[in-house]
Design a protein around this ligand. Structure first.
Ligand code: TYM
Length: 327
């Protein structure tokens, strides 16, 4: 059976980009594959948080949101990264098998290091931890949004290099990127992706936003003065973003949706309505789950126990192949 792994950071509010680009697809894939989904709290601490509860509380809230989106801990394996110590251990070995030059070419590092004063070494070696996450589980497929493409490529490069030097050890993973919704853009700055770190509350649709807020944000999305509805990302980023969102929300092709609209107003109205309808059940379910954090903790522990079994056996293979003294 195909093994799937993906991860998501527990800081900041989850937004429409995370949902359409990643988590909604995870909920679909869990039924057809052997799926592992991870709340990557060790990745979140590559940036310093003034409030130490932010990561801890964020992990519980994110796990609840993932279940609200449809992940069923009885069907898939849902766990928190720091609960499975092998992630940190393999990350070190990955750091010893990736070059400074490769890490320097990561666009996410360049973007994030521009946004912070304290640039941790962990932010720089972040892709080595991500490679460890994926390779620990003999992963075949990694469902992610388009912004993670480069991180999956470097994971493959590290795995190939490792297998060449130390003998066949890791499965080479493939990125699985959705046809629509892979790159949801900020509604106010449609040439930048919708992001937790962009600090653009009017341009970001939070998964817990009230319907009225969602409507307001989508109706005030930045467009252009050309007045025709066409799907042309470079020339018409704002309109193309709305078409992509509507396409992803309704399972339609964004380019063919464009033929159904002559004006921007109706496109905005329909996009807002489709997003509100899509998020309504997620919000209702989240409100139920939020009331019982102890149950969430119990489910996460079960997930970690399942994940640890596989991580453990991969690490034994890695330690032997890399040449460490095993007992
Ligand atoms: P993160 O937490 O930034 O995002 C989680 C998932 O959401 C997708 N995403 C988007 N998709 C479409 N449009 C957007 N605007 C948008 N913003 C975010 C991301 O592509 C991602 O799939 N490094 C990863 C977490 C990670 C990981 C892993 C992923 C750690 N280990 C192993 C896969 C496999 C990250 O920061 O995602």
């Amino acid at each position: 059976m195909t093994r799937v792994f993906s991860g998501i950071q527990p800081t900041g509010e989850q937004h429409l980009g995370n949902f359409l680009g990643a988590t909604r697809n995870w909920a679909k894939m869990q039924h057809e594959t052997d799926a592992f989904f991870c709340v990557v709290d060790l990745h979140a601490i590559t940036i310093r948080h003034d409030d130490r509860a932010a990561v801890r509380d964020g992990s519980v809230r994110l796990a609840q949101m993932l279940m609200a989106v449809g992940l069923d801990p009885e069907v898939c394996t849902l766990f928190v990264q720091s609960h499975v110590r092998e992630h940190a251990e393999l990350s070190w070995i990955m750091q010893c098998n990736v070059s400074y030059g490769e890490l320097s070419r990561m666009t996410q590092f360049k973007d994030k290091s521009d946004q912070h004063d304290f640039i941790s070494a962990g932010l720089f070696t972040y892709p080595a931890l991500q490679a460890a996450d994926i390779l620990l589980y003999d992963t075949d497929e990694v469902p992610v949004g388009d912004d993670q493409r480069q991180h999956i490529e470097i994971t493959r490069d590290i795995a190939e290099r490792f297998n060449y030097h130390y003998g066949e050890t890791f499965v080479l993973p493939e990125a699985v990127i959705p046809a629509a919704g892979a790159r949801v853009m900020d509604l106010q700055q449609p040439t930048s992706k919708m992001s937790k770190s962009l600090d653009s509350p009017k341009g970001t649709v939070g998964l817990l936003d009230e319907p009225k807020q969602i409507e307001k944000k989508i109706k005030s999305a930045v467009t252009d003065n050309d007045g025709t509805v066409r799907f042309e990302v470079a020339e018409k980023p704002g309109i193309s973003n709305l078409l992509s969102i509507l396409g992803a929300a309704t399972d339609r092709d964004p380019a063919s949706l464009a033929d159904e609209y002559e004006q921007y107003g109706p496109l905005k109205t329909d996009t807002a309505a489709a997003v509100i309808e899509l998020l309504e059940p997620v919000q209702a379910r989240y409100r139920e789950l939020e009331a019982d954090p102890a149950e969430t903790a119990r489910l996460l522990k079960l997930g970690a126990d399942k994940a640890r079994e596989i991580a453990n056996s991969t690490m034994e293979r890695v330690r032997t192949n890399v040449g460490l003294l095993t007992d």
